[in-house]
Design a protein around this ligand. Structure first.
Ligand SMILES: Cc1ncc(COP(=O)(O)O)c(C=O)c1O
Length: 402
């Protein structure tokens, strides 16, 4: 691997993106074994994957789904969100955390992030809840996101849930393997429903895929019905029963299923999750040490009671202090073979949300400042020590290039 240099593309032997899947021969074998079998969808492997997910995350119930967005839609409908309801989430998240409320016809608002953890700030959330209560409006649900893999302040969120009676969802897509108060099983303990994604950049992948975890049997039942067109064969629900072929539909659902060969990949990947987490944490340790001491860089904070899962490594660069344009920096770094992504453009600033709800720049200043400074740098299993060293040096080198 060449040292970072400013003279150019021809010298770059490898391009590093912020994330990618890690697939080995055992994964390929697991998928290949399922392909010739009788059921390649709606077969036993999907159920096996659900059981494995329950075991790993300490959940009573799991429903695998077509992707994480479908999972959030199922949660929204399963929890009964409807027109006129109000759902609050973080402005620093992927669009789907907010869009799921729109799918259900609900209104979306945001509470700004905590400056240190980049997660929804419970104090700002309470302020927002009180604002609405003063106008006779109750918050139906809060979608909290364990951003980058750092758990939210779940004790405070849980206290607010009890005090104000809202439903609590954990959009857990970034945090597979994170721990809160030494507990790997925290997600389903605090939230009514927990959403996972198995997109290739996430900790484990099924190509496209997702899952909903819950300890609530009624919610689980509803989600499983809604996942398959709203169809049920459950005798306790059927109005009549014409025979073994018979099913009924009592409400409209979707086809949000995932195939059995994808689930075979999921099972194989889940076996490696602990190893993947160790690798991600080692890379983060290296970056933490490397970037500490650069006054214009801010490394991600890890609060006392948490273990970070590092889906992302969000590095903040004080572009304002450096008088450096983020786009110029992006291109410089790209020429060195390092392509960062930005997580996230604050959701309230998307044209859709501005137009529909009247949000404007300045509404959530901590999130907006974070967006100006944040870059997500490469972190995924398989990066070698030489790669990580190269990437770290390139990140600093590109700051200095005139
Ligand atoms: C926080 C969050 N929620 C939801 C999703 C949606 O998941 P999927 O891409 O599997 O639909 C993502 C994916 O990027 C995400 O990061």
């Amino acid at each position: 691997m060449k040292k970072p240099t400013t003279d150019h593309k021809s010298q770059i032997t490898k391009v590093f993106y912020y994330g990618k899947q890690t697939i080995d021969n055992s994964d390929i074998k697991s998928v290949a074994e399922i392909l010739p079998s009788q059921f390649i969808t709606q077969g036993p492997v999907s159920q096996q994957f659900e059981q494995e997910l329950c075991k790993y995350f300490g959940a009573k119930y799991a429903s695998v789904a077509a992707n994480g967005t479908a999972g959030l839609h199922l949660i929204a409908l399963g929890l009964g969100w409807k027109k006129g309801d109000l759902v609050i989430t973080s402005p620093i998240t992927f669009l789907a955390s907010a869009n799921c409320a729109i799918y259900a016809g609900a209104k979306v608002d945001f509470a700004d992030i905590d400056n240190k953890t980049y997660n929804i700030d419970p104090k700002k959330l309470e302020k927002k809840i009180k604002y609405y209560l003063a106008r006779n409006k109750k918050v139906k649900a809060v979608v909290a996101v364990d951003y980058a893999g750092h758990p939210c302040d779940w004790d405070s969120l849980s206290r607010l849930k009890k005090k104000y009676g809202f439903q609590l969802v954990n959009d857990f897509c970034h945090a597979l393997g994170a721990e809160y108060k030494n507990d790997l099983h925290y997600a389903v303990k605090y939230a009514d429903a927990v959403n996972l994604s198995f997109h290739p950049v996430k900790h484990i992948t099924t190509g496209e895929g997702g899952a909903v975890l819950t300890n609530n049997p009624e919610l689980d039942k509803r989600i499983k019905i809604l996942r398959t067109h709203g169809m049920t064969k459950d005798d306790s629900i059927l109005e009549k029963n014409d025979g073994p072929w018979y099913y009924e539909m009592h409400e409209v659902g979707f086809n949000y299923r995932i195939t059995d060969f994808q689930c075979a990949l999921g099972i194989s990947q889940l076996k490696k999750l602990n190893k993947f987490l160790t690798e991600r944490r080692k890379i983060a340790d290296y970056y933490n040490k490397f970037f500490t001491g650069y006054i214009n860089l801010i490394t991600p904070y890890v609060s006392k009671h948490t273990k970070h899962a590092y889906h992302l490594y969000p590095l903040q660069i004080k572009f304002d202090k450096l008088k450096l344009d983020k786009k110029v920096y992006y291109n410089r770094l790209k020429e060195l073979g390092v392509v960062f992504q930005v997580h996230y453009i604050p959701v309230h600033l998307q044209p859709f949300y501005r137009k529909k709800f009247g949000f404007k720049p300045g509404d959530f200043p901590v999130a907006e400042k974070f967006y100006e400074r944040e870059i997500s740098i490469p972190i995924y299993p398989g990066l070698t020590k030489t790669d990580i060293k190269y990437i770290s040096r390139a990140i600093v080198k590109a700051l200095e290039t005139k």
